[in-house]
Write a protein that binds this ligand. Structure first.
Ligand SMILES: C[S@@+](CC[C@H](N)C(=O)[O-])C[C@H]1O[C@@H](n2cnc3c(N)ncnc32)[C@H](O)[C@@H]1O
Length: 246
């Protein structure tokens, strides 16, 4: 497993190396994932997911949450939308076992279903969902356009695709602070709490390697989505992108 977390720049990893590394990382950090999210984002991640759910159409009866991980967004959807049935999909089953436990504690097992699946090959028919979300997952997928197309395939016409993703802030001062925080503090905190500094080296690298908000909007256009909108959250540390299926 270890050779996949190579000491070479993320940009030079092949797609297969990256996919293997992502699986290794999320299999390794599962027990600490939620706690570290809260600490590292100062609990902003909770507010970002809440906002994402507010952007879902109010009449969405079936929603798919791709790269659902430990289920925080799937559970937030179930909390805010008592009539909605939610499907969570992820290719790391260990993460979804935590999601399942949290879902049981909230008494949502009847309304949230977890399915092992790769975002680029979803085991669902065309137009099965009213809308879909993916939070902090897209940057881990080497072929982002393929993932956007595949998720769009399973959404009905007029349904929405919502992507939450961390980005580099445009403000120069914030950018400097964020660069320091990402490159110094996150591997340190992540290393101390999870005992796996390499995994938390990947996180800042993957954020810095990700598309700008404008580039991601263009991918939405290329995938054929319309009414594309973007919302900067917390000074642009995270962006929400949404688009409507034609
Ligand atoms: C940073 S976590 C985000 C989890 C969750 N959405 C949240 O808001 O906390 C990224 C998740 O994406 C999953 N993932 C990455 N690539 C994937 C792919 N190609 N197909 C399915 N899941 C994927 C990982 O297994 C991991 O659980």
């Amino acid at each position: 497993m270890e050779p996949t977390l190579k000491n070479k720049p993320l940009k030079s990893w092949s797609p297969d190396e990256r996919i293997t590394a992502v699986k290794t990382i999320f299999n390794t950090i599962t027990p600490h994932y939620d706690l570290l999210n809260r600490i590292m984002s100062g609990r902003r991640d909770v507010a970002w997911r809440r906002f994402a759910v507010k952007r879902l159409p109010t009449d969405a009866a079936r929603v798919l949450d791709v790269a659902t991980g430990t289920g925080d967004l799937a559970i937030e959807i179930a909390c805010q939308r008592p009539q909605t049935e939610v499907f969570g999909a992820d290719f790391v089953e260990k993460m979804m076992r935590v999601a399942q436990e949290k879902t049981a504690q909230k008494n949502f097992l009847q309304r949230i279903h977890y399915v092992a699946a790769d975002a680029t090959r979803l085991p669902f028919s065309d137009n099965e969902f009213d809308s879909a979300t993916i939070a902090f997952g897209l940057r881990n997928i080497p072929d982002r356009l393929a993932a956007i197309r595949e998720i769009s395939r399973v959404i009905k016409p007029s349904g929405k695709l919502i992507v939450l993703e961390m980005t580099f802030p445009e403000n120069l001062r914030l950018r400097r602070f964020f660069t320091w925080y990402l490159n110094r503090m996150i591997p340190l905190l992540g290393g101390v709490i999870s005992g796996n500094p390499k995994a938390y080296r990947y996180l800042p690298d993957s954020i810095q390697d990700f598309l700008s908000p404008a580039e991601l909007s263009r991918l939405f256009d290329v995938a054929g989505l319309h009414s594309v909108k973007t919302f900067p959250l917390t000074f642009g540390l995270t962006y929400l992108h949404e688009g409507v299926i034609p």
